[in-house]
Ligand binder design. Structure first.
Ligand code: ZN
Length: 108
């Protein structure tokens, strides 16, 4: 299996001071609404870290437009399981950083 995000990097991305970062339910930048997790409706929000809250693990994101930070659960199954959350976060992180080479699509 390809490792999308090394565990060492994942561990180093844990955010300790997260209380001031707003929680969003719709996975969208709460200030400008121009970015979202995964970039399904807007620009992709930058996954800058993750945190362990009383209601489970959450991803921490930064909007590429207004640079606001927000956090949200990025999966329902990985909320309380760190291994599952690691997989889910690694996928979101990979999607954000994947090479945006459209010529690859033309070769398929
Ligand atoms: Zn924004």
């Amino acid at each position: 299996m390809i490792e999308l995000l090394s565990k060492n990097i994942f561990d180093s991305m844990k955010v300790a001071q997260f209380a001031d970062i707003p929680i969003v339910l719709d996975m969208e930048c709460p200030d400008c609404h121009k970015s979202d997790v995964g970039g399904f409706f807007h620009e992709r929000a930058n996954p800058i870290g993750w945190c362990d809250t009383q209601t489970g693990f959450m991803g921490v994101f930064e909007c590429p437009r207004c640079f606001s930070k927000f956090r949200c659960h990025i999966s329902t199954t990985g909320r309380y399981n760190e291994d599952t959350f690691y997989s889910d976060f690694a996928l979101v992180h990979y999607m954000y950083n994947e090479p945006n080479d459209k010529s690859l699509n033309e070769k398929i």
